[in-house]
Ligand binder design. Structure first.
Ligand code: GTP
Ligand code: MG
Length: 504
């Protein structure tokens, strides 16, 4: 392959000095060239600095939400979206309608099952320690309390509302695994990521990473809107499975038919919930729907109507369990960092899901750790032997002591303060479940101070490197106060994010 000598290169020839250049002309030319080079270098430097600045600004802020199941991680994530990415929030709001319908219908069915148990001749004696408050208890040998006086009204309500069992089944089928709670666990430690011998690779295999989060569950529902040649298609136009053909259908189960059926039960639901005998059944069986995830029966009158559209607060309170690790990307359209991308990682909190967390630890700017402090006297749904507060302490200790996180900012939310306050007002005594609480005053300020101190002490004792203790007392279903908390969180995370970027 032949080459061309530099002397013949047309560009070189064009910019070459004239052959008859004098000494002065050469000095002027070289000075001009040096000046041009200086200006060009300055422009390059400026561009480089701008690119650097852009990179720093554009580098996404990564935030991981941790905590046990039902601690309020997804509810916190929704608050972020509501506060900082309102357009997407508004677009998605309507899709939560079916989740809320399911939550409501499930509330009714829990009551009906307990009612049926109490109306039947099977005696029942409540027992705090090993009963799952959400499922009817097994038959017990001795009746401790006199039988309640049920009337025709109760039998009628039970019969008329029985159609909601099928509605629950259809909604659960459509929404998939996320719509049901996990009631047993194969893992019996609080933090299965804490043991380095388990190895990172093995742990990653448990991880189900999805970048469309709850959309996959909500999208399944759009199915019902667009039947095509008798096939069912979802919101993306993809064909999805037909419902179980063996299950006899009494009626058309389209989304609107479901809404119609629920609406037709509205008055009965309200009557059931307000009935004093039914309330007594729930008391005797220690069922507190108000404390459980997806509590909507108190709003049945507003929700069980054909035209129901979820409000912001309804969406925050809607319960859909998180599976695996879900990534949400938001470009903030509010706050100090308009245009900044945030990536929020929301994890499933049951003991079975925690092995998947570890692979997200090395690349996050900050962690929000949610510890609900109201369930100090409750057990984990997936393991009825484990106290929820005790589980949070163990989990917190493992997160604080994790070497990979030693330089990560961790912000603690002591959550469900509203439910704690209600519980204390009902007269539930903390010291009966937490002996070390002792004779302290059984009120909200004392209790929150006590729990806060306990978490702080764990962090102090177990962090490999001492770190600041950031804590907020929260009720994340309260969107107003949570927006204020998130403002403080945004600022603190961002300050750290920019500081790290400067060091790089
Ligand atoms: N009253 C009250 N309810 C809350 C609070 N925080 C969360 N909840 C409700 O508790 C239920 C569980 O909250 P989620 O945000 O789904 O819990 P999670 O931590 O994401 O749970 P997993 O996905 O199973 O790990 C939901 O119905 C929430 O609306 C709170 O501060 N007060
Ligand atoms: Mg969740």
């Amino acid at each position: 392959m032949g080459g061309r000598s530099l002397d013949e290169d047309p560009l070189t020839l064009a910019i070459a000095p004239p052959p008859d250049e004098t000494f002065e002309q050469r000095q002027i030319r070289e000075a001009a060239e040096a000046e041009a080079r200086k200006i060009s270098d300055e422009i390059d430097e400026q561009l480089r600095r701008e690119r650097e600045g852009d990179k720093k600004k554009k580098k996404p802020v990564k935030l991981l939400l941790l905590g046990q199941s039902e601690s309020g991680k997804t509810a916190t994530l929704k608050n972020f979206q509501l506060t900082y990415a309102r357009k997407e929030w508004t677009e998605e709001r309507a899709a939560w309608r079916n989740v809320i319908f399911l939550n409501l219908v499930r509330n009714v069915n829990v009551i009906l099952e307990h009612l049926a148990g109490e109306m039947s001749d099977i005696p029942f004696q409540p027992n705090d320690d090993d009963e799952n408050e959400l499922t009817p208890a097994l038959p017990r040998p001795a009746r401790a309390l006199p039988r309640l006086k049920f009337r025709d009204k109760h039998r009628m309500l039970k019969a008329r509302l029985s159609t909601l069992a099928e509605i629950q089944q259809i909604l659960e089928e459509r929404l998939g695994t996320a719509s049901t709670e996990l009631l047993s666990a194969s893992v019996n430690t609080a933090a299965p990521f804490g043991d380095p011998s388990t190895g990172r690779r093995a742990l990653q295999e448990f991880s189900i990473n999805s970048s469309n989060g709850w959309k996959s569950a909500l999208d399944k529902f759009r199915t019902l809107r667009t039947p095509r040649n008798g096939e069912l298609v979802n919101g993306n136009g993809e064909q999805v499975d037909q419902p179980d053909p063996d299950r006899p259908r009494k009626w058309n189960d389209s989304e609107e038919a479901i809404a119609d059926t629920i609406a037709s039960c509205r008055d009965d639901i309200k009557e059931l919930w307000e009935d004093p005998i039914v309330q007594e059944v729930l008391n005797r069986r220690k069922v507190r729907l108000e404390d459980s995830p997806g509590y909507f029966i108190g709003d049945a009158e507003r929700i069980a109507v054909k035209t129901y559209q979820p409000t912001d607060d309804d969406v925050i309170r809607a319960r859909l369990r998180t599976l695996g690790v879900q990534e949400y990307r938001f470009i903030f359209d509010h706050g100090r960092t308009v245009g900044q991308e945030w990536r929020l990682y929301d994890v499933g909190g049951t003991r079975n899901s925690r092995g998947a967390w570890y692979s997200y630890f090395d690349d996050v700017d900050a962690i929000i750790f949610l510890a609900p402090i109201s369930p100090f006297d409750e057990k984990l749904a997936e393991d009825r032997r484990v106290n929820r507060l005790e589980d949070s302490y163990l989990l917190w200790r493992s997160v604080c002591s994790c070497k990979l996180l030693s330089r990560t900012q961790i912000i603690l939310f002591l959550n469900k303060c509203d439910l704690l306050q209600a519980k204390l007002q009902r007269g539930v005594r903390i010291r009966d479940s937490v002996p070390s609480f002792g004779d302290r005053k059984n009120d909200l300020p004392t209790a929150t101070r006590y729990f806060q101190q306990h978490f702080k002490e764990i962090a102090r004792q177990h962090s490999p490197v001492q770190r600041p203790f950031y804590v907020h007392l929260t009720s994340v279903i309260d969107t107003r106060s949570t927006a204020v908390t998130l403002g403080a969180v945004e600022e603190s995370i961002l300050r750290e994010h920019l500081r790290k970027a400067d060091l790089m």
